[in-house]
Write a new protein. Structure first.
Length: 537
């Protein structure tokens, strides 16, 4: 008997949406004009669907008056705010391509994106915390010949732009809307590469509208839901799984703060009676660890999404029990796939929600292949996770060679993640291909060792990386954050803990005690920095 192959596809009785984002918003407005669409908690502003649509159209008129043509790139370099959402839908209304720029970028990176995408109009925050966006734009604009205009949120330039949107543009607006196809590019998101400059994943209406819609379907969104979105809009988690999942179901988008603050998030859930809450595991941990956590009334919550990295079992137990999120869902994806390919279901048990990243979404395919040969692996055998379907990006903006490296001739997106598929179709991520350690010819998956070491009573957090070794090619280094810095773990204690329970070649030969890990803005550990920092013995 041959083993089942690691391939599955998502059947569904619900058809894909053929709308543009603007047409889909029109449907929501027609169905629920008086329901709340958007609440910006910090400013106290709120919009019904009818009011939101009117303000989106007003901004769309202003963009038309400013000479923004179909396919023109409009950048947004801003923290979470209501204006961010208005720009998202207004650009979609007129077929402009919105370019998301990470608020953590500095002059070198923003100059690259402005030029690589050919941005002609930029929306930006004035400042946030230590970032003076206006000063940085002034510094680089002379090197960005295509940038015609910058509009600052919360500045008179925003009102100057809006005043251009006069009623006589009505006919041009409707002609433009009639020219749009759901397959048009509508969004460019820059993915942080580990080497070189980031690449601009180019996504269509069809890509992101359907992904947001089906993510929302799988957690049973209706017009009664109110979604607290503390994750950044510049990333798919905020603007697709948050905003588009909301508007495609008539639900309400709730912005708790410009950037993540655990206290502001729980206050927003309590004040706005949110039914859903998003975050990466570190966000949920920060909320649960607030000294006055128990004082917040979170009884309105029912569901939410956790994504970005694996969720520890104990955290998931507390989220379900103490945050009332019995129907919380785990999602797996990447920017290039709009983003979600795999998702747990609302009735999945604790083991599936913490041991896997779910099963395939409707209308998508996933498989696990041998990274060297491309042959589909048997269930339970590790290989590269690939996904295919409506969610796969159009390509990297103006980079056909890099697109061809990521998307093969069969239109399979190669994720670069190592995974195993169970016979029930649920997928476990075991690491990144580039994170895989090859020690003396043995393939070692850091995730497996990390999961094992989490059980050590002295370890609060751990990351395992491969570092160069003269004899074996690579050796295993455990980077450990101890529970008690005054009583850190020793290498001898670590190795004794592994003795007889892990194969000898998987046992770490080095240990590094740290206070914290280098992180990306989206909450992922930068293993490449750990490898580089500790490669010398």
């Amino acid at each position: 008997m041959t083993a089942e192959l690691s391939y599955t596809h998502g059947t569904s009785g619900t058809v894909l949406l053929g709308d543009t984002i603007g047409a889909n918003l029109d449907r929501a407005v027609a169905a629920w004009p008086d329901r709340e669409a958007l609440v910006d908690v910090p400013s106290g502003r709120r919009w019904t669907y009818a009011e939101f649509s009117a303000d989106v159209d007003r901004l769309a008129y202003a963009l038309l008056a400013s000479g923004v043509a179909k396919g023109d790139r409009v950048g947004i370099w801003a923290v979470n705010c209501a204006e961010w959402v208005l720009v998202q839908y207004a650009t979609a209304r007129i077929g402009a391509i919105m370019v998301n720029i990470n608020p953590a970028y500095r002059t070198h990176e923003v100059e690259y994106v402005l030029n690589q995408a050919g941005i002609s109009l930029l929306f930006a925050s004035l400042s946030h915390k230590s970032s003076d966006y206006q000063a940085m734009v002034e510094e680089v604009r002379g090197n960005c010949p295509e940038l015609r205009e910058t509009v600052y949120i919360g500045d008179p330039s925003w009102d100057v732009l809006l005043r251009r949107g006069t009623p006589d543009l009505y006919e041009e607006f409707w002609v433009r809307k009639s020219e749009l196809s759901c397959d048009d590019p509508i969004n460019i998101q820059y993915t942080s590469g580990t080497t070189g400059f980031p690449k601009g994943a180019t996504l269509s209406h069809h890509n992101i509208l359907n992904n947001g819609y089906f993510v929302g379907e799988l957690i049973s969104y209706t017009e009664q839901d109110r979604i607290c979105i503390p994750v950044p809009f510049y990333h798919c988690f905020g603007m697709v799984m948050g905003n588009l999942a909301a508007t495609s179901h008539g639900a309400c988008m709730v912005i708790p703060a410009p950037s993540f603050e655990p206290r502001a998030t729980l206050e927003a859930v309590q004040q706005e009676r949110c039914t859903s809450l998003y975050g990466v595991p570190t966000m949920f941990i920060a909320e649960l660890n607030l000294p006055d956590f128990a004082s917040y009334d979170l009884s309105s919550l029912r569901t939410g999404i956790m994504a970005g990295s694996p969720c520890p079992v104990e955290v998931m137990k507390r989220v379900v029990a103490e945050m009332h999120m019995a129907e919380v869902s785990i999602c797996y994806g990447m920017t290039e796939t709009s983003p979600v390919s795999l998702q747990t279901r609302v009735d999945d048990d604790l083991e599936h929600r913490t041991g896997t990243v779910g099963r395939v979404l409707p209308h998508l395919e996933v498989k696990v292949v041998d990274p060297a040969t491309g042959v589909t692996q048997p269930c339970g055998t590790a290989g590269e996770l690939c996904t295919r379907g409506y969610s796969v990006m159009l390509g990297y903006w103006n980079e056909p060679e890099k697109t061809a490296e990521a998307v093969d001739p069969g239109r399979w997106m190669h994720t670069g993640d190592l995974a195993t598929m169970r016979e029930d179709g649920y997928v476990e991520i075991v690491g990144r291909i580039k994170d895989m350690i090859i020690r003396g010819g043995e393939n070692i998956y850091p995730r497996e060792i990390e999961e094992f070491l989490y059980a050590h009573p002295k370890i609060r957090d751990v990351q395992v990386v491969g570092v160069p070794h003269e004899r074996y090619g690579e050796e295993v280094l455990a980077c450990v954050i101890p529970h008690d810095p005054a009583d850190p773990l020793t290498l001898e204690e670590l190795r004794a803990f592994c003795e007889g329970r892990l194969a000898h070649y998987k046992v770490p030969s080095r240990i590094q005690i740290l206070e914290d890990f280098p992180m990306t803005v989206s909450g992922k550990v930068r293993k490449i920095e750990l490898r580089e920092a500790y490669s010398a013995p």
